[in-house]
Design a protein around this ligand. Structure first.
Ligand SMILES: [Zn+2]
Length: 227
């Protein structure tokens, strides 16, 4: 999704909530999603409202706020994590934020200080996944430490709380939130039967170079395609 204006953002965010709930990442009212608006709404952000059952989110459950978190449009108060979202959305390269209490990633957040890089697809998340120390939900302390952890990373776990994934646009942030839960599930299964091998720095670098060379993960025409 490129430029997002207010009236497109509301149904898009509601639809994303339905999908993430169907995938088991958003449970009940736990979790929240935001997206940067553009066009006539540049400088504003659409966020899920607090207390919404996300599997049933409607476009009217999306609140529009400015960079300071003041409500510009909408009848419902924004998520209590609005500060965490806005801290990240200040960065020009961040267009959307997904916060979940997804079950496996959250389970790992109870135990680990970092999820090591054990699969090359984790490089899309930034490699090893940091675990941000516990701070009360909605606090400035949590927002600040998540912001710091996501320098050079697209995903983090929040100790004894949940997850955050960021992307340049809504579709990418959603994909990365799903990838994060997949990577955490993989690590959990492997760890249950032994000590997972980590990818060395050299292995990670080789994958990055190959991905850049071949455009891994991006649709492109095969050689010799005629139509
Ligand atoms: Zn939370």
């Amino acid at each position: 999704m490129g430029v997002v204006e207010r009236e497109a953002a509301r149904p898009a965010l509601a639809e994303v909530c339905h999908r993430l709930a169907a995938e088991g990442l958003l449970i009940g009212t736990a979790g929240n999603v935001s997206v940067r608006l553009a066009g006539d709404d540049t400088g504003l952000f659409a966020v899920t409202a607090t207390g919404v059952v996300l599997a049933e989110a409607a476009p009217t459950d999306i609140t529009v706020v400015d960079a300071g978190g003041s409500v510009v449009d909408g009848d419902l108060a924004p998520t209590s994590e609005v500060g965490l979202h806005l801290n990240l959305l200040q960065r020009p390269d961040v267009g959307a934020v997904v916060h979940t209490h997804s079950p496996v990633a959250t389970a790992l957040s109870l135990v680990l200080d970092e999820v090591p890089c054990v699969h090359y697809q984790q490089l899309l998340l930034g490699g090893a996944i940091p675990v941000v120390p516990f701070a009360v939900f909605g606090s400035d302390e949590l927002a600040t430490s998540v912001d710091a952890a996501l320098r050079g990373k697209n995903a983090a776990l929040l100790a004894n709380h949940g997850t955050v994934a960021i992307g340049p646009d809504l579709a990418t942030a959603v994909d990365l939130a799903l990838l994060l839960e997949w990577a955490c599930t993989l690590y959990w299964h492997a760890r249950a039967i032994g000590e997972p091998r980590q990818l060395s720095a050299a292995d990670q670098q080789a994958v990055i170079e190959e991905a850049l060379r071949t455009g891994y993960g991006q649709r492109h025409r095969r050689e010799g395609a005629t139509s």
